[in-house]
Design a protein around this ligand. Sequence first.
Ligand SMILES: [Zn+2]
Length: 289
Amino acid sequence: MAGASFARWRGSPNHYQGRLGLHVDHITLHIMVGRLAGTDSCFMRSSFRAASHYGVGGNGDIYQWVDEANGSWADANWQSDCSGITIEHEGGMAGIPVTDAEVEASARLCADIARRYNWKTLWHDASGNRAGNIVLHREVPGTDHYGCPDRCVNPLPVDRIINRANEILGGDNMPTANEIAEAVWNFVQNGVKCRDRLQGIDIAANSINNKVGEKVWGFDINGTQARDRLQGVDAIQLPKLTAQVTALTEAVKTLAESKGVDPDQIAAAVEKAVRAKLDKLQITVTDGQ
Ligand SMILES: [Zn+2]
């Protein structure tokens, strides 16, 4: 049985056997001028001599009376019947409006048919020449249902159904959240996939930190790398401190030995002793004046 998987199968006897050599190239839209339940009871009677493939109710119910492998008896034109899939809709008379749920269900059904017959988009030829894959019953030659489906009380909002169906069909081409995420992960920038770039950020960042560290350590101050300078602070500073202590020690020693001698002689002796020591250490002193 060919048809929409979500339709409720009813099985009317009123239809062609097969499609008389024609193939499906359009959907014909109808309006019941009544309700789904009443249409169903008519279509299920063989004496009624008519049935459409589908019927959509005001509550969104979808009935299927005729296998899509067969032409239906709905359009009052054997060629249209045998090359079309016919859909009846609840409404078309006072007190029976076409509901939002019905529009949604009909659009879903039209989109399902379009998918199965490989139609990328649904369209109605507004000139009435039936060039599109959506045909209105009133446009089919031979019909006397001049108001079907959109020129009547509570008419079928044909364009709304088509637009919504195309929206559903267009949705087929929209990527899923996972597909978008995958595409982002796999996006290549400057030869590197986003995925690898993000996963490698720690490594890259660490490598940058290391490089910065290297730069700092290697920074040259007066011919000495910061590394050596920092590591060599003791080595550089200690001789200077040692020299000062040695010089002072020598000065004090000399002063003590020269007790009682006049100040000039003390000063000369201290200077001589200090100088001798400092010369040995190869350190220059200023006199503070
Ligand atoms: Zn009709």
